[in-house]
Design a protein around this ligand. Sequence first.
Ligand code: ADP
Length: 616
Amino acid sequence: MSVDPVRIVVPGILLTGKWTTGKVKDFKPLAPGWILVVALLLISGVWLASRWARSVELDALTATGEERLTLYAGTLRGALDRYAYLPYVLARNAQVQQMLMQGSSSPQVNRYLEELNREAGCESLYVMNILGDTLASSNWRESSSFIGRNYAFRPYFTEAMQGRQGRFFAIGVTTGQPGFFMSHPVRRDGRFLGVAVVKVDLDPLQDDWREGGETVLVSDANGVLFLSSRSDWKYTTLAPLSAEQRQRIRAGRQYGNQPLRLSPLQTIEVLGENLRIVRADGERYLLVSRPLPGFDWTLMHLASLAPVRERSQAVATIGTVLVLLLFACGMYMRERRQKQLSRRKAGEAEAIKAINLRLQEEIEERRRTERALRDAQAELVQSSKLAALGQMSAGIVHELNQPIAAMRTYAASGRLLLDRHEEEQLRETFAAITRITEHMASVTAQLKIFAHKAPLQRERVAIQACLDEALALTAPLFSEAGVELVRELPDQEVIISGGSGRLRQVLVNLIRNGIDAMRDSEPKALRIRVTVEGQEVEIEVRDSGTGIAEQDLDELFNPFFTTKEVGKGLGLGLSISYRIVTDLGGTIRAMNNPDRGARFIVRLPLLNGQSGGEKR
Ligand code: ADP
């Protein structure tokens, strides 16, 4: 990239422009610090979003787990309560009591138990004497019959022997089938006769859970998972069993020969009292637990966290994609803005360059015009000088030619008169020649004022008296042209220092010019007003004539400027007046009236001490 600096100085303005040539400027890359900050913000934003998605999913999963637990607790209780009355019914049965009192097995009771068991739909019903020997059983026909078997070691037996209802989950020692045992003491007339027991099969319940695709577990007070929809986790423990616990379980033969290994469930994070995240077999689950009222069991529901992970990963992925899109958009916008900026700068620089070039051209053009003007002015001065000279020559020639011609005629006739000795007429001829020469002298005398500065003779001059003299001199012109005179003069005498002859000449010139300008105008009125202002007197001569052409206003006071026909005016009146007034320390101005005609204003300094005055 190359940069051309441009510096052009124009009057009063300094323009400095820089512009790029060729391609648009390279873009500014983002600072590494900024990249780090933006990246950190984006990463934490995505992380927060995925955490949020995870917590929302966990809440939903927890709610589902709670719902399921409520449902399964209900079905489990229902399954157990359905058979809870049976031991009581057996204990109240007269045949059963009779049999226990006799102390020997009874086919009748066996059949009764068999029928009742079939009707109720439980696994088995049996009755033991006070020693724990089974006297009657619903499965009396089967090889795995309980008859003759002693179950005094079972906690449900000892519980019943102590007059309470026994409740116990265990693997059957005879059948090897797990089941829930409920017992009731058999008494007659306050005498303890034995124990009636019902065994309920809970496998169908677990099958239901499994088929429902749910992971439901039930642990006992020792933490042994005795009900489980996952068969491989059955009879494992949530925590290592103490020796005493193992001893007690062995004594009750609760879980047969099951080794009671530690379950694969490992707690990873405790989220609440009954809520935690566990891992098993490489998978994570949300475990919601709840104690089952009336039992020392804990009901647990496990939900796989895979969907939660997938959901939060999806959110993270979408978030990342969105963020990257946003970032890309941002970068694109930034790039576009920079491009526009760069283009605009380049455009501005081009514009400045163009302006500078135009300015240069204009400066050059102005210089050329100035030169042409100067040349034209010089020509004009030259030609106006020549014109003035021509005008003056024409005037002088006209003014002097006639008297010279007349003098020649008078001289010729004088010679004739001398030959004829006509002395009287000869004298008149000489007198005429004398008048002519006097007239010629007066013309040349007027020109003398430009030849050298006349010595100033200062005297007291009364304006009013001087004006009267001027008016007397021009009186014939007034009457000849039919001009009305209006005078506005102060009562007091207005005195200036100067020469009365010269001031009179000025006034005569102005009066004569005014009358000349009104020759073809109507009405014809010349107004002369004298006023005193401060230390000055102002004499205004106003006519109602043709007025002065706009372009002539600046020329009036130049010598030999005249608009009058040749012979009518020399163009010296105003220039002489100007000279006289400025010699007296005053000013003279010409202007047109607003309505018609022109006016000339002469201002002269008053003689020391003079001031103010009233109109006459
Ligand atoms: P001249 O009277 O010999 O022409 P002046 O110097 O007195 O010379 O006047 C110059 C010119 O000024 C006149 O030719 C005339 O055009 C103009 N001028 C002077 N006074 C008046 C006036 N009152 N009204 C109109 N034009 C005037």
